[in-house]
Design a protein around this ligand. Structure first.
Ligand code: ADP
Ligand code: MG
Length: 223
């Protein structure tokens, strides 16, 4: 079943009198449980594409479907709730809250929904290898551990879709490999669709499909 679909997706940024066409008529279909890598030079539109898919920013024109649902039509509040429960975002810079400990950072999306705790927090901490770090602050963790906290936060609701924007960009090779292994393992365990932006071809080669963006134009790379 198709889980993500874009139809003639365009994004134009206007800042001052400069116009940037970040996405140019992107048509893509992603099936449930696929692992898709998005590659392309810096500034080519990769992050913009991920932001559109995840509903963090709106396209200038075109349609985005998550499953059967056209997310263009949701209002801000509906979109925020929908996003929180269905999409896990992971960024290069972790984006953790520095004054909250591991457990609290992971619980953030659930607390935002006025629920008191993540259902299987112990199991999740175990899965992430962070059980003995649960009360530590982000500043007390290595880069790889911080990224695992961010993955935990993305998994709090066991969303169907994981969107990761250069998740290993700040990590050494070994920690980066561990993070990709963890994301793949999570995708298997929770039946998730995984979309990872990376210019590491070793990561991209592990994906089922590779999408290449250049100057906002997307093409499928033959594997
Ligand atoms: P990538 O992730 O591939 O490096 P981005 O999607 O971040 O590329 O950016 C694509 C293009 O859009 C770049 O030229 C970038 O400068 C521009 N851009 C991205 N975000 C904004 C913004 N908020 N305002 C104006 N221009 C932007
Ligand atoms: Mg980017």
């Amino acid at each position: 079943m198709t889980i993500l679909k874009t139809i003639n997706l365009n994004k134009v940024y206007n800042s001052g009198n400069i116009e940037t066409r970040a996405l140019n008529n992107v048509n893509v279909k992603i099936e449930e449980k696929e692992f898709v890598a998005v590659i392309g030079p810096s500034g080519s539109g990769k992050s913009t594409f991920l932001h559109m898919l995840g509903g963090v920013d709106k396209p200038t024109s075109g349609e985005i479907y998550i499953g059967e649902r056209k997310i263009n039509d949701l209002n801000e509040k509906e979109l925020a709730v929908y996003r929180r429960r269905n999409i896990g975002f992971i960024f290069q810079s972790y984006n953790l809250i520095s004054v909250l400990n591991v457990e609290e950072n992971i619980s953030m999306p659930v607390l935002l929904d006025n629920k008191d705790k993540v259902e299987d927090l112990d199991e999740l901490l175990d899965f992430l290898g962070l059980k003995d770090k649960r009360y530590n602050l982000p500043s007390e963790l290595s880069g790889g551990q911080q990224q695992r906290v961010a993955i935990g936060r993305a998994l709090a609701y066991k969303p169907g879709i994981i969107l990761a924007d250069e998740p290993t960009g700040n990590l050494d090779r070994k920690s980066g490999k561990d993070i990709i292994d963890l994301l793949k393992f999570s995708a298997k365990k929770y039946h998730q669709t995984l979309i990872i932006i990376s210019h590491d071809l070793e990561i991209a080669s592990q994906a089922n499909r590779i999408l290449n963006i250049e100057d906002g134009i997307m093409n499928e790379v033959d594997k």
